[in-house]
Design a protein around this ligand. Structure first.
Ligand code: CA
Length: 217
């Protein structure tokens, strides 16, 4: 899953980015209001984590701008401003959650997971496909009741497939979801990764559509 982090504090941006990557997210970083304003393809983000105190303006203006543009992705405000008026204003501007710094990473992650559940219209925290069950909170997978050991990338790929079951995902879609923009991006990495995942969950679960991509069945 890909998240955009809007944070001007370099230390906090780097630290939070590392924690998020460690938790399996691909992370893009914007450090100013201007950078965030024209961020391409925001709707493909799983979520945006938005700081309010930006060097060239207010994060709330950015939030209003995005919502006015029809951007629908979940937005979580992460700010040092913690008065009830700030929270009311933030939520009323279109934020989906409002978290006051400092926050434990575990809480932030739990809040993100809650956003994803709400967006998917589900309450159960697990994703299921037949005998395959993936729990994004404990980051575990079971197949026919047996725990399945997956690498971080394999888990991220399976999570993506299960969230978009039945849809065709191109190699580019998968790269965008799993890897940072700055990372070395090679399409054959995806082929290898899909091959490894197939061996673990069963070949039949992932169909190859020649020239188009893959579909989780
Ligand atoms: Ca700031």
């Amino acid at each position: 899953m890909r998240v955009l982090l809007v944070e001007d504090d370099p230390l906090l941006g780097a630290r939070l980015g590392d924690r998020l990557r460690g938790a399996g997210y691909a992370v893009d970083l914007a450090t100013s209001r201007e950078q965030g304003e024209d961020w391409p393809d925001l709707d493909s983000m799983a979520a945006v984590i938005l700081d309010l105190g930006l060097p060239d303006g207010d994060g709330l203006d950015l939030l209003r701008h995005w919502r006015a543009q029809g951007i629908n992705c979940p937005i979580l405000i992460l700010t040092a401003r913690g008065s009830w008026q700030d929270k009311v204003e933030g939520l009323n501007c279109g934020a989906d959650d409002f978290v006051v710094k400092p926050v434990r990473f575990e809480e932030l992650q739990a809040r993100l997971n809650a956003l994803f559940r709400r967006q998917g219209g589900q309450r159960d925290t697990s994703l299921r496909a037949g005998e395959l069950v993936l729990d994004p909170i404990t980051r575990t997978v079971e197949n026919v009741g047996e725990p399945l050991a997956l690498s971080r990338r394999e888990f991220a790929l399976l999570h993506l497939f299960m969230r978009r079951a039945g849809q065709v995902l191109s190699q580019i879609d998968i790269l965008d979801n799993l890897y940072d923009l700055e990372a070395e991006r090679e399409l054959n990495t995806i082929e290898v990764l899909v091959g490894r995942l197939r061996r673990k969950i069963g070949k039949h679960r992932i169909a190859t559509l020649r020239g188009m991509g893959y579909r989780f069945e």
